[in-house]
Ligand binder design. Structure first.
Ligand SMILES: NC(=O)c1ccc[n+]([C@@H]2O[C@H](COP(=O)([O-])OP(=O)(O)OC[C@H]3O[C@@H](n4cnc5c(N)ncnc54)[C@H](O)[C@@H]3O)[C@@H](O)[C@H]2O)c1
Ligand SMILES: O=C(O)CC[C@@H](O)C(=O)O
Length: 389
C-alpha cells in the first residue's frame, strides 16, 4: 500500500488516478511515500524520511525546498502547462479591467442611490470619469515565454496588440508555438521601453526577484500598466504604486495582494486566483498523480524539476532496482559489479544524470535479494535504493 499525504486540496479527478486498493491518501498520513501539494510552503516543514517523491500540482516550485529534496534523493515533480490557459484568461481579463476602468466603474454604479430614472441620469453624467482605451495598437511586453507567456502573447496578437517578448531560455517548442508577429526584445530593459502593458511569466528565483524595479517601471510608456500573475517579489510593488501615484502608470493588476496594494484605487489584486479553474485544477492533479504513481511503481521520471527524464519499459520476468546517487565517477561500475558479484543478470539498464545527481534503473532477471540492495545502499554517494517487483 502506498501512502500519499496531501498538503493542499488536490482535485478528486487526480486522486482518482491512484487506485484505492493500493493507495491511501489524506492530510494526516504518517510516514508517507509521497507528498502532493499546491501552494503549501514546505520550507519550514520536517519532511519525513519515508518520502520518496514530492508532486506539485502546478507550475511554480518556489514553495518547495528543491535543493534539500535533491540532497535527500527525492524528485520534485510539477505539471508544466497544465494551468497555463487558466492564467492566460485571467491576464486577458486583467488587461480589459484596467483598460476600461471596469472595477472603478462597477464600484460607481453599485454606490448609486435613487429611483431608476435618477440612476439613469447619474449614469449618463458619471460615465465620463471611466472612459478607457482600446487594446489594438497598444504594445504588450511579455517577460517569460514558457507555457503561459506563449499563450498570453498569441492571444494578445489575436486581439490586435503589438507584442514584444523576452526569454533568454526559450525552448524550441515555445518558439515554434509563438505567433509569427511576436517581436523579440533582447533584454528586459528593451522590452519595458517598448511597452504599454507588461506581463511577467517567469519563475520566482534569485535571478527574477525584483526584476521589475523602479528604474524599469520608469521606462514603461506613460499611461502603461503592470500585470503580475507570476509571484510576489518579482515586481517591486512600492515602485509600481509610486509610478501610479505620480501619474506615470494607470494600473497594477496582480495575484498577490499586500497591504500596500489591496485597497489602492488603481491596483486590482486577486487572491492568487490564476490557476483556480475546475479545468486547471483537474489537469494539474491528474498530471501530478500520474507522474508520482509512475515513479513509485516503476521508477520512471516525467516532469521533474531536479531529476533527469527517465522512461524505461519494464522487462518481463524481472525485478527493478532504482538508485539515486551523486553524479561522480564509477557509481555505475560499482552498482553493476555488486549485482554481478551476487550472480544477478542485468536484462536492461538506464543511467542519466542531471546536475549533481544521477539516476540508474536496472531490470534484473528473476528477483533481487534485499541484502544485495543493502550492499548497493552502502556504496558511498548512494542516496536512495528501491527494489520494485
Ligand atoms: N497566478 C497563478 O496562479 C500561477 C499559475 C501558474 C503559474 N504561475 C507562475 O508563473 C510562472 C511561469 O509559469 P509557466 O507555466 O509559464 O512556466 P514555464 O516554465 O513554462 O515558463 C517560464 C519561462 O520563463 C523563462 N524565464 C526564466 N527566467 C527568466 C528571466 N529572468 N527572464 C525572462 N524569462 C525567463 C523560462 O525560460 C521559461 O521559458 C510559474 O513559475 C509560477 O510562478 C502562477
Ligand atoms: O495551486 C494554485 O492555486 C496556484 C498554482 C500556481 O501558482 C502555479 O505556480 O502553478
Amino acid at each position: 500500500m502506498y501512502k500519499i499525504q496531501t498538503l493542499n486540496n488536490i482535485s478528486a479527478k487526480g486522486l482518482d488516478r491512484l487506485p484505492r486498493d493500493s493507495y491511501e491518501t489524506g492530510t494526516e498520513i504518517s510516514a508517507p511515500d509521497a507528498i502532493l501539494l499546491r501552494s503549501y510552503k514546505m520550507h519550514d516543514m520536517q519532511v519525513p524520511d519515508s518520502v520518496l517523491a514530492v508532486g506539485r500540482a502546478g507550475a511554480g516550485v518556489n514553495n518547495i525546498p528543491v535543493d534539500a529534496m535533491s540532497d535527500q534523493g527525492i524528485p520534485v515533480f510539477n505539471t508544466p502547462g497544465a494551468n497555463a490557459n487558466a492564467v492566460k484568461e485571467l491576464v486577458l481579463a486583467g488587461m480589459f479591467l484596467a483598460a476600461r476602468n471596469i472595477c472603478q466603474a462597477w464600484d460607481y454604479t453599485r454606490n448609486l442611490d435613487g429611483d431608476d430614472a435618477s440612476l439613469s441620469k447619474e449614469v449618463e453624467a458619471g460615465k465620463k470619469h471611466y472612459r478607457g482605451f482600446e487594446l489594438p495598437g497598444r504594445t504588450l511586453g511579455v517577460i517569460g515565454l514558457g507555457a503561459i507567456g506563449v499563450k498570453v502573447a498569441n492571444a494578445a496578437r489575436a486581439l490586435g496588440m503589438n507584442v514584444v517578448g523576452f526569454d533568454p531560455g526559450i525552448t524550441v517548442s515555445s518558439a515554434w508555438a509563438l505567433e509569427a508577429g511576436v517581436r523579440q526584445a533582447h533584454s528586459v530593459d528593451e522590452l519595458v521601453g517598448r511597452s504599454d502593458f507588461i506581463t511577467i511569466h517567469v519563475p520566482y528565483n534569485e535571478h527574477t526577484a525584483n526584476l521589475i524595479n523602479a528604474d524599469r517601471v520608469a521606462m514603461l510608456h506613460k499611461g502603461g500598466a503592470v500585470l503580475n500573475f507570476s509571484r510576489a517579489g518579482i515586481v517591486d510593488d512600492q515602485a509600481v504604486v509610486d509610478a501610479i501615484d505620480s501619474g506615470h502608470l494607470t494600473a497594477y493588476i496582480n495575484d498577490f495582494p499586500t497591504n500596500l496594494t489591496k485597497n489602492h484605487p488603481k491596483c486590482i489584486t486577486l487572491p492568487h486566483l490564476g490557476a483556480s479553474t475546475t479545468e486547471a485544477e483537474d489537469n494539474c492533479a491528474i498530471m501530478v498523480a500520474d507522474q508520482v504513481r509512475d515513479y513509485l511503481e516503476n521508477g520512471n521520471i516525467h516532469n521533474s524539476v531536479n531529476f533527469p527524464e527517465v522512461n524505461m519499459p519494464r522487462a518481463e520476468n524481472c525485478e527493478r532496482m532504482t538508485v539515486v546517487n551523486a553524479n561522480v565517477p564509477n557509481m555505475l561500475g560499482q552498482i553493476s559489479t555488486t549485482l554481478a558479484d551476487a550472480g544477478l543478470n542485468i536484462d536492461d539498464m538506464y543511467n542519466k544524470s542531471r546536475g549533481d545527481l544521477a539516476y540508474t534503473v536496472v531490470d534484473v532477471a528473476g528477483s533481487i535479494p534485499r541484502e544485495v540492495a543493502e550492499v548497493v545502499r552502502g556504496i558511498k554517494g548512494v542516496l536512495k535504493v528501491r527494489v520494485l517487483d
